[in-house]
Design a protein around this ligand. Structure first.
Ligand code: G3P
Length: 217
């Protein structure tokens, strides 16, 4: 499973990138707002840092404007994926931009039917929002599993990019049900390493290193 980082925080991306954990980055208007940066500037910096796809979201709701914005966004760098909302206008923009050879991430997906439409429009990525479904007492992971089955039934190449990941359990479950990608905040990815037995075991080894005076260099 590929890991995308769901942030526009350059330092956080750089820190995780140094560990090999960053296969791509996703941003959205809320994350751009949180960064306090200009969208074009911060997106360019992210693209310079990361080799994989970097999703940048359009601001328009009209298809022609989304297409124009998408064409501007892809000028930033070769690894831009234009993010469009799951509306008919967004799907029209997806089809046009995909036909032009650009990567498109269709976002705000909350149903298997929406994911089917996005695949038919040629989306590179579909972004089902797990946490926001969990928020309204619907199991977001069931949606990932349903989309996996539908895409596999018909050989759709659209990648399932599980989004709105809030917990480390979401990460495990995404990998178990076969999401192609998960995009998670840096804090969630960093928490995946935590295990008390690792800490306890390391403490014991360090005590023995100290008491025995074990040295390598
Ligand atoms: O990738 C989408 C994500 O940014 C939304 O997350 O936690 O606001 O539902 P959240």
């Amino acid at each position: 499973m590929k890991f995308f980082v769901d942030t526009a925080d350059i330092d956080a991306i750089a820190e995780l990138n140094a560990t090999g954990m960053v296969d791509g980055v996703t941003t959205n208007p809320s994350l751009i707002k949180k960064s306090g940066r200009d969208i074009l500037e911060v997106t360019k910096e992210i693209c310079d840092l990361v080799d994989g796809p970097v999703s940048a979201e359009v601001t328009a709701t009209d298809a022609d404007e989304m297409i124009a914005e998408g064409r501007k966004l892809v000028e930033i760098a070769e690894n831009i994926a234009v993010k469009v909302p799951l509306t008919w206008a967004g799907l029209k923009a997806c089809k046009t931009l995909t036909d032009e050879g650009h990567k498109v991430n269709v976002t705000l997906c909350f149903s298997a039917n929406q994911a089917l439409l996005a695949a038919k429009a040629g989306a590179t990525f579909i972004s089902p929002f797990i946490g926001r479904l969990d928020d309204i007492n619907i199991d977001g992971m069931d949606l990932i599993a349903d989309i996996r089955q539908i895409y596999d039934n018909y050989g759709f190449e659209t990648e399932i990019l599980a989004a709105s990941i809030r917990t480390v359990n979401h990460a495990t479950q995404c990998a178990l049900v076969g999401a192609d990608v998960m995009t998670a905040p840096p804090g969630v990815i960093k928490s995946m390493i935590n295990h008390p037995l690792t800490d306890k075991g390391l403490d014991a080894f360090l005590a023995d290193i100290k008491s025995a005076g074990i040295k390598i260099l």
